[in-house]
Design a protein around this ligand. Structure first.
Ligand code: GLU
Length: 334
């Protein structure tokens, strides 16, 4: 119901309600020449959603992607987006580079599964692990998490997968905490009321979930650079980074762990279609929409589109980047 409503609003903004109602009633994402292109994002207070929405608007209004209506859908996050892609419930998704890597190989949240045929269109922007705690909880670093009520985000999120690695790097497991598995839209108020000690989110900066509530009663928890460096040795898609000073009012520079956000599709999507999509994604109008959508929109550039990829590019994307002179090898090698 929520998704249908969301589509409805998106459709309204695209001026295509009639068309979408037709698509719903036929129960398919494809109808004649018209193609519905659903982009899986994250929660409403994250960064995937505004960025996914800008991409959707850019793709929809571009003449180069023939008769396509793109819409952004909220979701549980990276892991949920991979699963929805595989099931055919969405056509594309924003996914953390670590989660994409694990999906391809049947590792991490996908352990015991055969490995899923996900392919990259582009690397988008860096995401940072952001942990916000109440000052009165007495948490200075992750070691202080013992016995604290911390939200690790929901099962479909990439955040939970990262938090498990970070806890492990400190010799902790979820069982050492009072873990809560909810998205920020359900936890920020609890944090403010003192029902939770902290919340975590792997997202671009600034994240609305944090910006909405931050003040003198809250602080960001650092991931020490040595710990982040050690993690990146065994998991090279993570890199040590910082949340710059003043990202949120009153915050100082905070060391953390970062990972790229990737834009993914399935391997079996037509290469011609993906090629058209790439032209739509990288045109000037989409760029303006991305710049207006969120601060991280400025990080999304064609020049950095191949940075931090952890899965192969889709053949349609290879063709596009080759024509741009960004790739030499036919298989997408640089
Ligand atoms: N990286 C987060 C996840 O996969 C989502 C971040 C966002 O919504 O911006 O769970």
């Amino acid at each position: 119901m929520t998704i249908r409503l969301l589509w409805f609003f998106q459709a309204f903004s695209c001026g295509a309600i009639g068309v979408l109602v037709l698509l719903f009633s036929s129960g398919t994402a494809w109808s004649g020449d018209l193609q519905l292109f659903r982009i899986g994002t994250g929660g409403q207070l994250g960064v995937y959603y505004p960025i996914g929405d800008a991409l959707a608007r850019g793709i929809s209004s571009s003449g180069s992607a023939d008769k396509m209506i793109a819409v952004a859908q909220t979701s549980g996050g990276s892991v949920a987006n991979v699963r929805a892609l595989i099931l055919g419930d969405i056509e594309a998704g924003l996914v953390q580079a670590d989660v994409a890597f694990w999906a391809l190989r049947g590792e991490g949240p996908f352990v015991g599964e055969k490995g899923w045929p996900v392919r990259a269109l582009a690397s988008l922007y860096p995401e940072s692990l952001q942990i916000l705690v109440r000052r009165d909880a007495g948490i200075k670093n992750i070691n202080d998490f013992k016995g604290k009520a911390i939200s690790l985000d929901e099962a479909g999120s990439g955040t939970l997968a990262v938090m498990r690695i970070v806890l492990d790097a400190h010799g902790l497991t979820e069982m050492d905490l009072k873990p809560v598995y909810l998205k920020p839209e359900f936890t920020t108020e609890r944090l403010v009321r003192g029902k939770l000690d902290g919340i975590s989110l792997v997202a671009g900066t600034p994240a609305q979930a944090i910006a909405d509530i931050i003040g003198p009663d809250f602080s960001l928890v650092p991931i020490e650079t040595q710990v982040a460096t050690d993690i990146s040795r065994t998991h090279p898609y993570f890199v040590p980074g910082v949340i710059p000073a003043k990202t949120y009012p009153g915050t100082s520079e905070t060391p953390t762990l970062q990972v790229h956000a990737l834009f993914l599709v399935r391997e079996d999507m037509s290469a011609d279609f993906v090629y058209q999509l790439m032209s739509a994604m990288w045109n000037e109008q989409t760029r303006s929409l991305l710049l207006a959508s969120h601060f991280q929109g400025r990080s999304i550039t064609r020049e950095s589109a191949l940075d931090g990829l952890t899965v192969p590019l889709h053949p349609g994307a290879v063709r596009f980047y080759q024509e741009q002179g960004m790739l030499e090898g036919e298989d997408g090698t640089q």
